[in-house]
Design a protein around this ligand. Sequence first.
Ligand SMILES: [Zn+2]
Length: 456
Amino acid sequence: MRRLSRLLAALFFALPSIGQIAPPQFPNPPTLVKASRLLDPRSGNVLSPAAVLIEDGKIKEVGPPSQVQAAAPAGVKIIDLGSATLLPGLIDGHTHLFMDIVVLPEVEQDRHSNGLFAPALLLDIVESPSKRVLLGAQMAREDLESGITTVRNLGHSGIDGDTELRDAINAGRVPGPRILAAGRKLETRGESYVQNLNPALADSILQQEFLLFDSADQARQAVRQNVFRTVDVIKVTAEENLTVPELAAAIEEAHRNHLKVAVHAIDTTSIQTAIDSGADSIEHGNDATDQQLRQMRDKGIYLDLTPTFYDGGYLKLAEPVIVIPPAVRAERLSSAARSKQRYDQFVQRVLKSGVKFAGGSDMAWYSAGKTRGEMSVNVLLNLHAAGVPALDVIRAVTVNAAEMLGWQDKIGAIEPGKFADLVAVMGDPVSDITELERVRFVMKDGQVVRNDVASH
Ligand SMILES: [Zn+2]
């Protein structure tokens, strides 16, 4: 009996952790993808014509078709994308697959003001977790169909929605991108979501969504709880009340478990706390000073730019679903113009500072007539409108994002050894970045998700 249990224990520990289990149950035949151009975002070089040999879901060889074809096994399956341009699959560094918030009319927002967009958030939290995870599955599929082959889901997934969806996708049960799951977001009780909730109910509601902490010890404990849920990354919200010892404790515990820490920080105080505590990435970062951007560059902290509401994004979401009184509309438009100007200046300072940056959509919003994937790519391309050169936008959602995630050896480039995550567009994305909104071919793990190239 004892020998049996020892055997079982040995077996158990020999298994890879759940998030690491390799996907496909159906082995894919070796595949050769040909296209007239292949863009390497890292160097900006274009290989023309190009071929990619894929075996067991991974890239085996990249080069001119004659050379790659010679190395291909007999009977290799050939996908000819004609005049298309191949790129690595896109990476959304910051998303929320388990939220689909309908923006509220202003008057409703005022009447039910309950901390930071809490009315919609509350509904998500208190509704059925099964319903929510099915929503997540839909959002994941829609992201993948638009060419987003990896996402980092940074909180708002209930207790284990994102780790479970990740595993379901990896097991081939539902289609979706690779997910780096953050599990529950770490927050202090002073955080704006927490305010104004009915104190008699607050804790049980909040625990469905967040891990609350009020000390360095509790911060460590919260990280351990997420580790138990097999998360891939830790997300902490930093607001002005968060202290360096608290955040540093969370980060130390995460690093001990080989996890990176993404810190939501917008105001300068929170950004400084994140920098001083040794965060791996700062999410949003909108109010960073030039000195802070330089500190981030020197410490190698990634800035994850999230231009979600750039240039009237809120109105774009609101107008199809609610009636906006003219006075409110006028006010929204002028505030959008002001914030656009601020963001454009921020982007110029970011570019000048030399800080490493990636892109995240921060999508959590219902958008009438658009899929989640269409909305997410649309938001990411706001970076270009804000002044980031097209090639750098492509880097922000491929090679840079991969490095920010710590997955630079797995994704973000079309190179031997990496997962076969590819997209193709018909035009030149460097001269017209909106090509990324018209992805015609998506492959993940060597499996074709969609191929509309033939019809164009
Ligand atoms: Zn977010």
